[in-house]
Design a protein around this ligand. Structure first.
Ligand SMILES: Nc1nc2c(ncn2[C@@H]2O[C@H](COP(=O)(O)OP(=O)(O)OP(=O)(O)O)[C@@H](O)[C@H]2O)c(=O)[nH]1
Ligand SMILES: [Mg+2]
Length: 237
């Protein structure tokens, strides 16, 4: 996206050469290029509008830097605003609780929840020196529990066995008990995915959430989901 954007911008930026200052008038064309590039990259329209507005205010306002040309100034503002959309802070996982800290995984079918459970378990064990237990509450998809068991074996995490005949909330409660008894620092709870947001899935995740009071609930999305991820995330709260 950024490559595409810089190509689009360079032509209009060149036209700014020699301008003493940036005005709403002379940056209009450049802003249009930014807008198109963001929309093509599947950024949600309200986000695009907000970004464009902030760039405009900053470029025309007091932020213009004396040491840079107007074109460079605009590029810098665009770059900073895009970076801030991507997020400046990378929130760390929160472990400030009486162990075991419970991490609940949520997301649509095939988003990568189970794989992420294993990756996260490995990360927490190797980098954070945590003792990690994992459990699957996916009693619907055949072999979902075995899938997690295999992955847990590969990353060397404790695995709490569950059965397809058990209720997800019961599995979750028993796993929490087992995690305590094994002095695990972290319990990662894998849940079932659904093709789309449906009421039953939401209720089940909510019930597990209520039973375990997880310190973190991680919402896993496929990178290809695009702007609909924002809607799905909202539905899952
Ligand atoms: N390329 C790629 N594939 C991934 C990644 N994470 C998971 N997968 C693959 O995507 C598929 C689904 O991953 P899972 O982790 O089983 O997804 P899930 O959300 O647990 O799926 P359900 O439990 O069926 O809802 C598997 O074939 C994974 O190997 C990733 O980061 N990159
Ligand atoms: Mg899964």
């Amino acid at each position: 996206m950024f490559e595409n954007l810089s190509q689009r911008l360079s032509a209009t930026i060149n036209k700014l050469r020699g301008r003493a200052r940036l005005t709403e008038e002379n940056i209009r064309e450049s802003l249009r290029e930014v807008r198109v590039a963001l929309l093509e990259a599947d950024v949600a329209l309200p986000v695009v509008q907000a970004v464009i507005e902030r760039i405009k205010v900053r470029a025309v306002g007091q932020d213009v830097l004396r040491s840079l040309s107007p074109g460079q100034t605009l590029v810098k503002v665009v770059q900073q605003e895009l970076a801030s959309v991507m997020g400046t802070a990378n929130a760390d996982l929160n472990f400030a609780t009486q162990p075991p800290a419970v991490i609940l995984m949520a997301g649509l079918q095939g988003a990568g929840k189970t794989t992420t459970v294993a990756k996260l378990a490995r990360h927490l064990q190797e980098r954070r020196k945590k003792k990690v237990m994992v459990v699957s509450c996916d009693v619907y998809r055949p072999a979902a529990i075995e899938q997690l068991q295999t992955l847990a074996g590969q990353v060397g995490a404790l695995f709490h066995p569950s059965e397809p005949g058990q209720a997800p909330v019961t599995i979750a409660e028993r796993a929490l008990d087992a995690a305590r008894k094994n002095f695990a620092d972290v319990l990662i709870v894998d849940t079932a995915g659904r093709l789309a947001i449906d009421a039953a899935l939401m209720e089940e995740v909510a019930a597990i959430h209520a039973a375990l009071k997880p310190i973190e609930t991680l919402f896993v999305v496929d990178a290809m989901t695009g702007q609909d991820a924002a809607n799905t995330a909202k539905a899952f709260s």
